[in-house]
Design a protein. Structure first.
Length: 230
């Protein structure tokens, strides 16, 4: 069974208000068209791959976002897509340093361990892998990251040190060193990387298709771990 969580405006989560704490925005900026990075001072320790629930009012439903910062960094960062008609992200997008929002403690079981792994992400689904890379490094990892735009291939400088074990994929624009097509197209047409586990994070279409490709090519079901962004 694939663990599923919603992290967009289409999926809401009601939490006990006592589980939420106020935090102050340190940074909130648009890093690519419609994609934002929000940061606040880190109030607790966390494990790379975990997420948090965010809301502007503890009496209202929260949305879940993967942490995109390293465990030793002073700030917690999350990435989010602006949904123009959404309930939360249009309000998040106008927050300025010093503004208040409410955050849960970190939670979730999407995580990696030492050894060879293949990370597969689309869009802001790259966030947990950014956290893993910043926290523990990228030795033995291979990353496929898909985006509609070149600018949406977030953290390319960070992952460039992986060399040919970093495969950026883009469907609407072309650039040197970027695979022309979807992550699942690359996965279908190339020999499978040597990996002990495959971690998938991104939109539901990619996750389901990639899972089916991997299992169809002989990867044990238990070695495919996924979180779906709706």
């Amino acid at each position: 069974m694939i663990p599923v969580r919603g992290s967009t405006e289409k999926s809401v989560h009601h939490l006990d208000p006592s589980r939420l704490r106020p935090v102050r925005v340190v940074q909130n900026s648009e890093v690519a068209a419609g994609i934002y990075r929000l940061a606040f001072a880190r109030p607790w320790d966390f494990i790379p791959g975990q997420c948090v629930a965010l809301t502007l009012d503890p009496r209202q439903a929260a949305r879940f976002y993967s942490i995109a910062s390293g465990v030793r960094e002073p700030n917690v960062e999350v990435l989010y897509d602006l949904v123009p008609d959404g309930e939360l992200t249009p309000r998040l997008a106008v927050l300025a340093p010093g503004d208040e929002l409410f955050c849960s403690a970190p939670f979730g079981a999407f995580r990696d361990v030492e050894g060879p792994s293949c990370w597969i992400a689309t869009g802001t689904g790259i966030a947990p892998f950014v956290s893993m890379a910043r926290s523990r490094g990228m030795e033995g990892k291979l990353l496929l990251h898909g985006s509609r735009s070149i600018a949406g291939l977030l953290e390319r400088p960070l992952f460039a040190s992986m060399g040919d074990r970093y495969v950026p994929c883009c469907t609407r624009e072309k650039a040197d060193g970027v695979f022309d097509g979807r992550t699942t197209s690359w996965l279908s047409g190339k020999p499978l990387p040597a990996a002990e586990r495959y971690l998938l994070c991104g939109n539901s279409e990619m996750v389901v298709e990639a899972r089916d490709i991997l299992i169809g090519r002989g990867v044990p079901f238990a070695d495919v771990v996924a979180e779906i962004y709706f």
